[in-house]
Ligand binder design. Structure first.
Ligand code: FES
Length: 317
């Protein structure tokens, strides 16, 4: 855990603030690579993850961009309303689940909404390394587009295409056009809300992008449909204890109630923090974190949101 001070809090766009974080002693922070995020421990006790959006060469500060999401369960609300310049926060060291591929010939960066944060960091890094890339950034409207001025004033502005939902048809983002050429050596990176990602991934697949050239990070999950949820059992391997997960509760809640601690962060299947090994039984994966290949192995699941297809899961706990 690292203690930081909020050295600047700035309105970046409608419902979006940036928070600049630095050590109280002004020493360097741990290094990070593009795509990395930190866990931020909020005043209300929640832990939330935010991508770092400044250039990794800046060693004395982290910059995060936070959208106040009306669907938020308190994370973004707490940062917007309860955290101010001069406040101290606890954060984790950076972790990277969305790294740039090594030795790519070209990178195609696609951002939807606040999903721009890791993408912006990637663009800055690729630009300063003289790498070939193209960035597309979609937002509902100009007043909701964060970092617009920073991008316009950057030396990579001519690599960036901005798209607004409420403007002329000719500037709209056309996935089929942008994804038409999955050339070997070109890597695709996409970050944004679930609807945007699902659309891009579906079109990328239709255009024949190989899975290893496609990298994605979900910003938030779509609301889950619980109408067909059924109960199931979980067995704790180490003790033999069997717990019943009713249809209206998550495995995580039941485990916590039984005093079994599972580290969590997003609590909606996006981050992978709660990933737990499954020794027997078939999970019903509802996370957005694992790849299709990882899911097919059925040897781990995310108890914060996933359930079971079999009557019982035996967990390596
Ligand atoms: Fe993030 Fe479960 S806590 S996937």
């Amino acid at each position: 855990m690292i203690e930081v001070i909020v050295t600047a809090k700035q309105r970046e766009a409608e419902d979006i603030y940036t928070f600049e974080l630095a050590r109280p002693d002004q020493l360097d922070l741990p290094a990070f690579d593009p795509g990395a995020h930190i866990d931020v421990h909020l005043p209300n006790g929640m832990v939330r993850q935010y991508s770092l959006c400044n250039h990794p060469a800046e060693t004395n500060r982290y910059l995060i961009g936070v959208l106040k999401d009306p669907a938020s369960r308190g994370g973004s609300f707490a940062l917007h309303e309860q955290v101010f310049e001069g406040d101290r926060l606890q954060i984790s060291e950076p972790r990277n689940l969305f790294p740039l591929a090594e030795k790519a010939k070209r990178s195609l960066l696609l951002a939807g909404g606040i999903g721009v944060t890791p993408i912006l960091c990637m663009a800055q890094t690729l630009a300063s390394a003289g790498e070939e890339f193209e960035m597309h950034y979609c937002a509902r409207s100009r007043n909701r587009m964060a970092f617009m001025r920073q991008i316009a004033e950057s030396d990579f502005a001519d690599h960036v295409y901005l798209h607004f939902d409420d403007e002329a048809p000719e500037q709209q983002f056309e996935a089929d056009k942008v994804l038409a050429n999955p050339a070997p050596g070109t890597n695709l990176y996409v970050c944004g809300p679930a609807g945007f990602l699902d659309h891009v991934l579906q079109r990328a697949s239709a255009h024949g992008w190989p899975a290893e050239q496609v990298h994605r990070e979900y910003f938030a999950a779509s609301p889950a449909d619980h109408t067909d949820d059924a109960g199931f059992e979980i067995e704790i391997k180490s003790s033999g204890q069997v717990l019943v997960v009713p249809a209206d509760r998550s495995a995580l809640e039941v485990l916590e109630e039984a005093g079994i601690f599972i580290p969590v962060s997003c609590e909606e299947g996006v981050c992978g923090t709660c990933m737990t090994r499954v020794l027997k039984g078939e999970p019903e994966h509802r996370d957005l974190f694992m790849t299709e290949q990882e899911r097919a192995l059925n040897n781990q699941f995310t108890p914060c949101c996933s359930r079971a297809k079999s009557g019982r899961l035996v967990l390596d706990l």
